[in-house]
Design a protein around this ligand. Structure first.
Ligand code: ZN
Length: 378
């Protein structure tokens, strides 16, 4: 690229040079090459430091390239320039950063990846206690990643391929038995592979089934019942039932007066829809309290009402809740959920588009960790 640039010629006369492997000072110079190292722009000019870079004869390591301090041993960019590249890559696609700085996109990506590795490749797992674990789909045709969020220190500590039992077992292998046995509680969806892995590797951890997943599953039940009722309805009733998905699922206070009237008409016409609608609000009360016994009574009543209704999809859902009651009631002791990981979904879509074409899962993983909610260290 033939852009306006400036070369700054550096001369140095240090009596000793530092070995880039062990950091030891050495007075024994071996040979030198002329180097051009890109630094931050001076005004608008691409700026290069031109200097002789030595190889030293280190007493411990033998012949090694010297450590300049301001640039990594084999990099043709200063550390502060690399920091700029990495900072820009946090907000812009790699191609845009490359264009902005007049660089090759591969180099930009490699610099960003090295910075990410320094920050995220080796997370501190000690003292993990409250976790939120969820899957995201990262490719078409059901390719998933499993994300583990540390709820106390607000950071994604682990991203693994897949969403099976083996995936989560790889996480437990990584953190080791001692850390796994210190975990108090984990929020997950009612997903059996995760449940099995947790029961095998962190049996003491209280599993909490995520409120939002349960409510979302219930919304599907509501819609299933609505479609069944629409099918069964008499011809003159159909218009009342049609296009009511939104009315049934939206919070009542978010409906306009006109929508409320329509909903009332619908519920007075159709008994089954009235039942699933009333139970929708009752279900949400499950997460209001902190008294386990109270919640247990509420859940038992709910399950009984749902099963007594004779509505197939509703009775099936009640059965599922009954199987998973322990993880619903654990919320009283550990009021945790997957909301933070849910909130990450849109950001991940953006990263996915930016990383598309790199075919570099490691890079994608670390970009997710970077974009995830993070407690900034003081
Ligand atoms: Zn050395």
């Amino acid at each position: 690229m033939n852009r306006a640039h400036t070369d700054l010629l550096l001369t140095r006369m240090p009596p000793s040079l530092r070995c880039s492997r062990c950091g030891q000072l050495s007075f024994d110079r071996y040979d030198r090459t002329s180097q051009r190292i890109r630094d931050l722009n001076v005004f608008d000019l691409h700026t290069y430091l031109v200097l002789d870079k030595w190889r030293v004869h280190c007493p411990t390591c033998g012949v090694r390239v010297e450590d300049l301090g301001f640039a990594a041993p084999y990099s043709r960019y200063t550390r502060r320039f690399e920091d700029l590249v990495a900072r820009l890559c946090e907000h812009l696609p790699v191609a845009n950063v490359a264009e902005l700085l007049g660089m090759d996109w591969k180099t930009v990506k490699e610099i960003d990846k090295r910075a990410l590795q320094r920050a995220f490749a080796d997370p501190d797992y000690t003292g993990l206690r409250l976790l939120s674990i969820d899957e995201i789909s990262y490719k078409k045709r059901h390719r998933y990643l499993t994300l583990v969020l540390d709820l106390e220190r607000t950071r994604v500590v682990w991203v693994g391929k897949g969403r099976g039992k083996a995936t989560l077992e790889a996480f437990f292998d990584q953190i080791g038995e001692e850390v796994a046995h210190g975990i108090l509680s984990i929020a997950i969806d009612m997903w059996h592979p995760y449940i099995a892995a947790i029961q095998a590797h962190a049996p003491q951890a209280a599993i909490v089934f995520d409120k939002f997943h349960v409510i979302r599953n219930y919304a599907q039940v509501v819609d299933r019942v609505r479609l069944d009722e629409l099918k069964k309805a008499e011809k003159e009733e159909k218009p009342v039932l049609r296009g009511t998905k939104y009315l049934l699922l939206k919070n009542h206070q978010n409906l306009s007066p006109k929508q409320r009237n329509r909903l009332e008409e619908l519920l007075s016409l159709n008994q089954n829809l009235n039942v699933v609608y009333v139970l929708k609000d009752d279900l949400k009360r499950l997460w209001n309290g902190t008294e386990r016994e109270e919640a247990a009574l509420l859940l038992a009543d709910w399950i009984q009402a749902a099963q007594a209704s004779g509505i197939g999809p509703l009775a099936d859902f009640a059965k599922t809740l009954n199987h998973h009651a322990y993880g619903l009631l654990n919320h009283c002791d550990y009021p945790i959920n997957n909301a933070q990981l849910e909130g990450l979904n849109n950001k991940i879509k953006v990263i996915k588009r930016r990383c598309y074409g790199f075919h570099d899962l490691d890079y994608f993983r670390m970009k997710i960790m970077q974009a995830a909610p993070r407690a900034r260290s003081p």
